[in-house]
Design a protein around this ligand. Structure first.
Ligand code: MF3
Ligand code: CO
Ligand code: CO
Length: 260
């Protein structure tokens, strides 16, 4: 399969969309504190996105009822913002996708609510590092499977965590989700070849225990089958002539988690 290639104009627009998504994560960080509800976080992000001339891609996407995904503790992904109040010790993934000038930018990060247990912090650190190792595999001539192979070797074999395979990274651009599927557990040298101009996400979901997930009755919320913790981090990346550009990189590298 040949992956879609963005032209120079499209790349300029992808950069803008992805930069805005990254700015939403920077903006929301200071609001992720004990006592805030996930609905309040959703409202703040919604208003920030709309205020910058963009649309929150999840809103009404296949019926999703909110503007961001908020996935707390055992929630793997696609948590729906609601009346849940964050408490000290929680870990939460906030997943932001914006649609600006015809292009989607998709990124997520973990936030630690107050002081969290060491094992939760370790899961978050290893998940962030898994994303970095996946990104390091992105280069022209490489295979999409190289990404999942690197993540599997590190988070799975070295650290014994469960790597979710029910959800994948994805091509992105004029569509929110398009080919290729970017598995976070794969074999090196398999899958489509990466070429300059390909844009896709890498978004490993790493579980403390089993890799198995279940979907709750709301039809969206994915939780770990053993209800142990799950963490996720996501960037949208572009294959360049000599490597990779992290389109959703946060210039300050800053979130509410002051230890980063
Ligand atoms: N942003 C998610 C991803 O990384 C998708 C969310 S779809 C939604 O692909 F409908 F749940 F918002
Ligand atoms: Co996302
Ligand atoms: Co995504």
């Amino acid at each position: 399969m040949r992956l879609p290639v963005l032209n120079a104009d499209e790349i300029v627009k992808m950069r803008a969309s992805c930069r805005l998504a990254a700015r939403v994560l920077e903006f929301i960080g200071p609001h992720v504190v004990p006592g805030v509800t996930t609905d309040e976080l959703d409202r703040l992000c919604h208003d920030f996105i709309v205020g910058h001339g963009a649309y929150p891609s999840p809103l009404n996407y296949k019926g999703f009822p909110r503007s961001i995904c908020t996935s707390v503790n055992e929630v793997v992904c696609h948590g729906i913002p609601g009346s849940l109040r964050l408490k000290e010790g929680d870990i939460i993934n906030i997943d932001v996708t914006v649609h600006l000038d015809g292009f989607h930018g998709d990124t997520s990060e973990m936030f630690l609510v107050g002081r969290v247990r060491p094992e939760a912090r370790k899961l978050v650190d290893i998940t962030r590092h898994s994303l970095r190792l996946g990104i390091e595999q992105v280069r022209p001539g490489g295979h999409i499977g190289d990404i999942g192979a690197a993540i599997e070797a590190y988070a799975g074999r070295r650290h014994g965590y469960g790597i979710v395979t029910q959800f994948c990274g994805h091509g992105i651009g004029r569509q929110f989700h398009m080919p290729p599927q970017v598995s976070h557990s794969a074999r090196a040298g398999t899958g489509p070849v990466m070429r300059p101009g390909n844009a896709f996400t890498i978004e490993p979901m790493i579980n403390q225990g089993t890799s198995q997930c279940e979907i709750l009755r709301d039809g969206w919320t994915a939780v770990t089958s053993d209800r142990k913790l799950s963490a996720q981090a996501e960037h949208t990346v572009l294959v360049t002539s000599d490597g990779v550009e992290i389109l959703t990189r946060r210039p300050t590298g800053r979130t509410s988690d002051k230890t980063r």
